[in-house]
Design a protein around this ligand. Structure first.
Ligand code: COA
Length: 451
């Protein structure tokens, strides 16, 4: 930007004169739902879904009663999916993905058909990577993923057809392609912005999505079975989280206009990119590093608690007053994803040299509620959320921080597609909420008479 333009933008920014925030009482008076939430913090009911159920509390006599969190995909408890995969020592993301898309657990034959279809979908159209990723690399991989998804429209012979059959085909293609596009986008960024070597490995047939991600991401393509299983578990747990989570809701809202899948999914990726949504695990990592810098002994609860109080007061950390990795809009006593991920992560912390980090995160989880409870609207309590441990998992797997949120998007693609399909099948109505106008009438003044 030229200095002249910069100066003009600065001038215009000074001219920008918003009236300020609307007071909370105005929202109450107008029955406007800030953040589409009810007064008790619960989300307003914007639709009906069979895709998943996020269960975080019971309601008794109009009061929320905290319970251990449960997450169900199409009625199946996600804990059971993870446990079954552990028992059989197998990968489970494709199973969860099929379940979300097709609405029931796959048979062995279904699963093998689906995995082979996804394998085929990893084969990206000729020149796509060269033209859309290598020639225009981005510093931000989420930005690149949104652009790449939009670009796929031009490689689809039937992009606007919203029939179930076509939508399923497009969904599977997106589920197969996004991991490949993510790794390519990262490699292009390494070369263009970090001045590091770029290696473009091709996905290998016969490998799961998690194995393919590790194999194409690493220069030597080497990884252990345990590393790939850990990534797979992380992907199962991130595959879906209800229709009300911000990106799924965005996906459904865009879908409700009957537009194409690429527009809906690109919008969802844009929503997930925000630090209030998918970017929180990066914030947890930054917080962890900051605590490590300021706390001498990771076993000293007193020292850690004192520092957490400073973070909460906005005097330490990023100054926001947030203790990242804690709290959730629905879960109260526990977030099942955090419980499982913590257990899975602990299996690897000693081998990978991350015991101190684990101990610290565990301390944040144990000690923060005593500080945060004072802020809670009711006495439902506060628990660690999935982001408390997902960053640690990615770090242990040597995954670069730029890919933390993109990996979330890769896993969540199944959930978004399931919601899009459900919106198409069940809603038949464009989403169109209202905003109460708050501006006063102002007389139009002729251009020459304005001061
Ligand atoms: N640190 C500091 N304050 C927190 C907090 C945290 N971890 N979690 C909640 N609070 C505050 C909220 O900001 C809110 O304050 P306000 O009334 O001044 O707006 C109050 O406690 C009540 O919050 P609640 O209604 O229980 O949660 P929410 O639905 O508004 O927010 C989160 C949910 C996840 C956005 C919130 O817990 C948060 O910001 N956590 C930290 C970031 C994070 O880990 N995000 C990942 C989510 S998976």
């Amino acid at each position: 930007m030229t200095p002249n333009m910069e100066e003009k933008f600065r001038y215009l920014a000074e001219r920008y004169n918003p009236d300020g925030e609307f007071e909370n009482k105005l929202y109450v008076q107008c029955n406007a739902k800030r953040g589409l939430r009810n007064a008790d913090g619960t989300g307003i009911v914007a639709g009906l879904t069979r895709v998943s159920n996020v269960h975080g509390y019971l309601v008794n006599e109009y009061e929320r009663v905290p319970v251990d969190g449960e997450l169900y995909y199409r009625g199946v408890n996600v804990k059971d999916i993870v446990e079954a995969c552990e028992k059989e020592d197998r990968f489970g993301y494709d199973e969860a993905s099929w379940l979300l898309l097709f609405g029931e657990l796959p048979t062995r034959d279904d699963l093998s058909l689906y995995s082979s279809m996804i394998e085929n979908c990893r084969k990206i159209p000729n020149n796509f990577i060269d033209d859309n990723i290598m020639r225009t690399p981005s510093r931000d991989i989420m930005n690149m993923l949104a652009r790449s998804v939009l670009a796929l429209y031009n490689y689809d012979d039937n992009p606007d057809d919203c029939s179930e059959e076509n939508s399923l085909r497009q969904s599977m293609e997106l589920i197969g392609r996004l991991p490949v596009m993510m790794v390519a986008a990262y490699q292009a960024k390494r070369r263009a912005y970090d001045y590091k070597s770029m290696y473009l490995h091709m996905p290998q047939d016969g490998l799961s999505t998690a194995e393919n991600i590790l194999s194409t991401l690493r220069a030597d393509r080497q990884f252990t079975h345990e590393e790939a299983l850990l990534l797979d578990r992380c992907m199962i747990l991130h595959a879906e989280h209800g229709g009300g989570n911000n990106s799924a809701f965005v996906c459904r809202a865009v879908t409700s206009s009957a537009t194409d899948i690429y527009s809906s999914i690109a919008a969802a990726i844009g929503a997930l990119k925000g630090p209030r949504h998918g970017g929180a695990n990066l914030k947890v990592c930054a917080m962890l590093d900051d605590i490590k810098e300021h706390v001498k002994d990771v076993h000293d609860d007193g020292e850690i608690l004192a520092y957490l109080k400073k973070i909460f007061a906005g005097e330490a950390g990023d100054g926001s007053g947030l203790i990242y990795g804690m709290g959730h809009a629905v879960y109260t006593k526990s977030d099942p994803r955090a419980v499982i991920l913590k257990r899975e992560a602990e299996k690897m912390v000693d081998e990978k040299g991350f015991r101190d980090d684990f101990t610290l995160l565990d301390a944040v989880e144990r000690l923060s509620p005593s500080i945060l409870n004072s802020k809670m609207i009711d006495n439902t309590g506060i628990c660690a959320n999935v982001d408390m441990y997902s960053g640690l998992v990615y770090r242990m797997l040597g995954i670069p921080r730029e890919l933390f949120t993109p990996l979330f998007a890769v896993a969540r693609m199944s959930g978004w597609c399931a919601h899009r399909l459900e919106e198409i099948q069940t809603s038949h109505k464009i989403m169109r909420p209202a905003y109460r106008p708050m501006s006063k009438k102002v007389e139009y003044v002729d251009l020459d008479k304005r001061k």
